[in-house]
Design a protein around this ligand. Sequence first.
Ligand code: PEP
Ligand code: MG
Length: 588
Amino acid sequence: MKGYESLLRSSYNWLKGIPAAPGLYIGNAYIYSKESIVVKDGTIDDVDEAISAFHEALERSKKELDKIFNVAKEKMGEQRAAIFEAQLLILEDPDLIGMIESRIIAEKREPESIVKEEFNKVMTVMYNAEDSYMKERANDIEDIRNRIIRNLKKERWSGKVIEGTVVVSEMLTPADTILFARSDVKGYITEHGGLTSHAAIIARSLNIPAILGVPKVLEMVENGTELIVDGFYGYVFINPTEEQVEFFKDKIEHLDKVNEGMKELMDLPSVTLDGVEIEIQANVDVSGEIEKLGTSGTTGVGLYRTEQLIEELGEFPDEETQTKIYSDLSARVYPDNATIRAFDLGGDKTRLFHPSEKNPFLGLRGIRFLLDNTDLFKQQIKAILRAAVNRNISFMLPMVSTLKEIRETKELIEICKEELKRDGKRFSPDFQLGIMIEVPSASVLASQLALEVDFFSIGTNDLIQYMMAVDRGNDLVADLYQEFHPAIIRTLGYIMTDCKDIDIKISICGEMAADTLAVPLLIGLGIKSLSVSPAAAPSIKRTIRSFSYSRAKELADECFKCSAEEEVIEKIQLFFEEFNIQRTRHII
Ligand code: PEP
Ligand code: MG
């Protein structure tokens, strides 16, 4: 990294954005500017003709999206492609379409302008929602609006790009991202957009480096400009110097070798050089990832995000459906363990229930929502009890901030057992109960909460968000989202020492565990179990096998005394140099 820093200082020909999808590429820019849409306004004579033109445009848009949906399914799997299925549903929304039709009839105006106005109403509500999730979804609606209007004009999509280029654009829609990938695009750079945008999710699934939220990049770059894209750190080098090109060529060569080497790691044990064993489990977000477990070298599932089921299924799964899903998971990982997390609804997650909350991150989220909706919660608890017959299921509660929440949940579990007994349903009372430590109050109260449960899983994604008072999806404050802030390191260390005399398993399932740079520090702090996405597991194992636990402990002690993130990172970088470790980051 020392080399990297001097490279940055040697020439100020770079811009910094949000590293949204990892990877490196050296190539030429392709500027993609969105078609600006000019709509015809004015009155029409033939209403019937206008209505049928509107329907033709809808049909054509559906056909286009269907095609995109199929490409997406092929490139990124059914689950992630569901983004486009959701767009197709909007094209069939009877209320929206009915409203547009009746306005064409009543006002006798050009359908283009009525489509624009009606879609804009929906978008305005979303843009005003003041949370990044809704804003990102408004961009999807804008894409559909433009598609219909373009088809009303009988124009074709002009999204041709040159193969092997880096697309530079103001922003990207999910459809752009997937279609460009078909032309073998090698990188994405946008002025707007954050980590939770669909473009970012797609780029990660496709393994194409992406840097989003790069201010003023379009002012600095033209078609054909040579660029270096560093999706690990979020730097774009414009017209790079010879020195920079050499530096990154070396890195790319090294990365290729590392990726090749990863395959060999599969069956090797996850131990430090001095023999300390570290468990690596898998985070599972979508069902597709369950399939990857077999080849990732992970041992069981450390986090199964059940709220994703609602997105995947399009509805809230009932007790029977959940029992089947959890039983399948349990069977698939057996004899390893599967940690199933209770629905973490609210916040930036599925917003089916309370879409109007002003401050959803601090609202009725996770365990708070579940204890407020005990009918739903009981269905899930019963499904867990029924699926636990293989004795390899753990159940984990998200967003716990008080002892009372744990006790109330335990009471509900007892009620569920009684009801299952009464109904003659087979279940096992033996599952491990744990909590996420992701709210500052829970971390401060760790040793007391530890007496109530079997395990902790530290959710650094939210813990950092709440400790730093930084919205994890907001690109305006992304630089304050510091996983190496000394306050975060000290908090993690505090949890470990506070619980050192208590028999409780503590693991980490936030993205920090998947950052190789964080691994020696976390292990030095005493963490013996990490849960990461299957794609990140090989590089984490490789890192663990590269250093000694005794030195990692010393590193943790040194970092503990630091007063700024930069100091912590510097110490870790020296450690990486000492053991000759390469940093790779996978964010899935
Ligand atoms: C976390 O907060 O670190 C975590 C793993 O949960 P999620 O990302 O689902 O909020
Ligand atoms: Mg969380």
